[in-house]
Design a protein around this ligand. Structure first.
Ligand code: DAH
Length: 340
């Protein structure tokens, strides 16, 4: 009987060593340890053996079974390792096969245009500032000359972030004006592009989340002439042509005097849908920084003057590409985004 065990062992281990794939290893396992396997049958025969042989054969068969399983596992691992190494060595690699197609992403149109705006202003000596999107009521309203009971708040209903109403989603980028004055010593010129939020009905020109670019210049003897010169210069470089502009009086609590700056409609000469047949499109709010606002920012209104402006980045992108609905920007529709 022991000879039989040794015979089976030699045979089985030789087959394991010769196996070159997993199927061959499974076959070895089946032939020896399966239901009708040679080792299994040997074990089944133990009760019929003379009592003296039973323990020897029983134990031997069990050990053999385990050894065969161990050899199979080791061989399997060696084969897998060899396969990985073969792949790494480049054997069988076909350089002429076509590659998997890669779809290339692109920057969101708002990002592209924001970067362009930043490049134009930095070339004019402006620094680009950031401000928090969750802002203190103080910066978003009070320091901008909009006290708690001011009617201007009605136009800019926002999302309040705490029970006390001290924290708001900023409704405009103008709070960065105050933060800039607190941090920088005049003279300085900055822009602050960013996301803003309002609680209002959505339609083709209104979104709860949109984008503005704020501008602030503080210096000695700054005038409305500087303000209109800078904005004209910006528009010329952005639209690559001279666009006529006009200033109309406009009310914003943080500027005095305040204006609305309109530009000639870039799409028509005699009226179209974009300009609602007026030939003018509103571009931004602007004005001379109110002395109270300078004061709130720690800038002496007797020594310094400044101008500020704020325009909608979404609107600028819409004008650049002739986009008719602001909701495309946040809609996440790839058919829209892939065009840029
Ligand atoms: N923050 C204003 C708004 O969201 C826009 C604005 C108007 C900004 C006049 C200014 C400004 O800096 O001077 O409606």
């Amino acid at each position: 009987m022991e000879d039989r065990l040794n015979e089976l062992r030699a045979e089985a281990l030789a087959r394991v060593a010769a196996a070159t794939d997993e199927a061959a290893l499974r076959a070895v396992d089946k032939d020896y340890n399966g239901k009708e396997g040679a080792v299994t049958l040997l074990l089944a025969s133990v009760p019929g053996l003379p009592p003296a042989e039973r323990p020897v054969v029983g134990k031997g068969a069990n050990v053999l079974k385990r050894d065969i399983q161990g050899a199979i596992a080791a061989r399997k691992e060696a084969l897998e390792q060899a396969a990985v190494e073969a792949e790494r060595s480049g054997a069988g690699f076909d350089a002429t096969l076509p590659g998997a197609p890669q779809s290339r992403g692109s920057l969101h149109p708002l990002t592209q245009v924001r970067r362009e705006v930043e490049a134009i202003f930095t070339s004019m000596g402006y620094a680009v500032l950031d401000g928090p999107e969750v802002e203190l009521d103080y910066y978003n309203f009070q320091a901008l000359n909009i006290p708690a009971d001011h009617p201007a708040r009605e136009m800019q209903d926002t999302f309040y972030c705490d029970r006390e109403g001290r924290l708001v989603m900023r409704t405009q980028t103008s709070p960065v004006q105050i933060r800039a004055m607190e941090r920088l010593a005049p003279p300085f010129r900055v822009i602050a592009p960013g996301r803003v939020f309002r609680n209002e009905e959505q339609d083709a020109t209104h979104e709860h989340t949109f984008h503005q670019v704020e501008g602030l210049v503080v210096g000695e003897d700054i005038t409305v002439g500087h303000l209109s010169g800078v904005l004209k210069g910006f528009l010329r470089r952005f639209f690559l042509r001279e666009l006529e502009v006009r200033l109309r009086p406009g009310y914003f609590p943080f500027v005095e005097p305040g204006f609305e700056l309109d530009i000639r409609c870039p799409f028509c000469d005699d009226g179209c849908r974009v300009c609602k047949h007026t030939r003018w499109v509103e571009f931004c709010g602007c004005g001379m920084v109110h002395p109270r606002v300078l004061d709130a920012g720690g800038v002496d209104p007797e020594a310094w003057t400044g101008f500020a402006f704020g325009f909608g980045l979404d609107r600028l992108v819409m004008l650049r590409y002739g986009i008719d609905d602001i909701r495309h920007f946040m809609g996440g529709d790839l058919r829209f985004l892939e065009q840029f």
